[in-house]
Design a protein around this ligand. Structure first.
Ligand SMILES: [Zn+2]
Ligand SMILES: [Zn+2]
Length: 353
């Protein structure tokens, strides 16, 4: 089918000193390989890491970013078995875009290692991302999306939602236990509040400012502590010794540092937020040893995790807060994001801890 030859995309244009912009363009739709599927995207979420990638600080990228796309298959390569996908199949396009199926990580049971495939290709890095009308996905790595949840509510789950869900899952926290979320008022953190609540946990939100307080409490946190002023002992007292899981979705080093002291004995400290490149968090091994603390890093999730995370939305237990915009608004959205990041960074340097 050669009817779809060009499509609208938002192209990243980098300037001097890490500045960047997005410009609309018409591009040729890449040629469909025999084992590929062509997907018409209806929506794409915008993730904070899209802007990190756009800045160039994380290394070279494609000029089409985006990794929270939802759409339907409109064309099928000649060698794709009909049992794999049909026209109209609903798919997601997330961070992990293709895997080799052969390396040690791909062969781990239950697909749990697929996010570490040695040949992994990611959206916006080695493959064009989802800030576009169409995208190509390999038939061997299809992120199937169940019917029933609207596209615009699925999109934020493909990266933000599954990341929050997976961080809680790997923390090992159980129903009734306390979860402390640092950076709880951000996109990722607020999804974390909702997932933690849905899992039966009690949530303490840490962030900065009155508007974040209101938002976090509205979203389901039981208590809020301002990151600039909080007294750690108040959190330790409220929780009876700390959070069984402390999830850091904030990206500032001061937030990471302060959160270390909030973990309960036998608890987990889960790193999720992406700090500026090259920054490090210091810890005293004796603290980890004496309190039996697990130090965990967690990034996105597998296709099964995505499916599980969407199920929470389908059951109405997690309701992503979504604002709709057009592809041509991406530049303005990125400027607003940069502004917010600068404000957060300024505030972070005032942190007393
Ligand atoms: Zn993302
Ligand atoms: Zn592999």
């Amino acid at each position: 089918m050669a009817s779809i030859s060009s499509h609208k995309v938002a192209v990243l244009v980098r300037g001097e000193n890490g500045s960047y912009d997005f410009e609309l363009a018409n591009r040729e739709v890449p040629a469909l390989q025999p084992t590929d599927l062509l997907v018409k995207l209806s929506v794409s979420g915008i993730c904070g890491s899209d802007f990190l990638l756009a800045s160039g600080n994380a290394g070279p990228t494609r000029d089409i970013l985006g990794h929270e796309g939802v759409g339907r298959v409109v064309e099928i390569g000649s060698e794709v078995p009909p049992s794999l996908a049909g026209i109209g199949a609903r798919v997601g396009i997330a961070w992990v875009r293709d895997i080799c199926e052969n390396c040690a990580f791909c062969r781990m049971p239950g697909g749990q290692g697929e996010g570490h495939c040695l040949e992994m290709l990611c959206s916006g890095l080695k493959r064009d991302g989802t800030f576009a009308e169409y995208a190509i996905v390999p038939s061997r790595f299809i992120v199937r999306i169940p019917e029933g949840v609207p596209d615009h509510l699925v999109a934020p789950i493909l990266c933000g939602g599954v990341t929050a869900y997976k961080a809680l899952k790997v923390s090992g926290v159980s129903s009734g236990q306390w979860v402390v979320i640092s950076g709880a008022g951000g996109g990722l953190g607020s999804l974390g509040i909702q997932y933690a609540k849905a899992m039966g946990c009690r949530v303490i939100a840490v962030d900065v400012g009155e508007s974040k307080r209101e938002y976090c409490l509205q979203t389901g946190a039981e208590a809020f502590f301002d990151g600039l002023e909080f007294d750690k002992s108040a959190i330790l007292e409220l929780t009876g010794g700390g959070g069984a899981a402390v999830i850091v979705t904030a990206s500032s080093i001061s937030a990471y540092q302060a959160a270390l002291d909030l973990v309960a004995p036998n608890g987990s400290y889960v790193c999720v937020g992406i700090p500026p490149p090259g920054k490090q968090v210091g810890f005293d091994p004796i603290t980890l040893i004496s309190k039996n603390i697990k130090l965990i890093g967690s990034a996105v999730g597998t296709r099964q995790d995505i499916w599980d995370a969407i199920e929470f939305v389908a059951r109405g237990e997690v309701k992503p807060k979504v604002e709709m915009a057009r592809l041509e608004d991406l530049s303005q959205i990125s400027k607003n994001f940069a502004q917010a990041s600068i404000q957060n960074a300024d505030v972070g340097t005032l942190d007393k801890h």
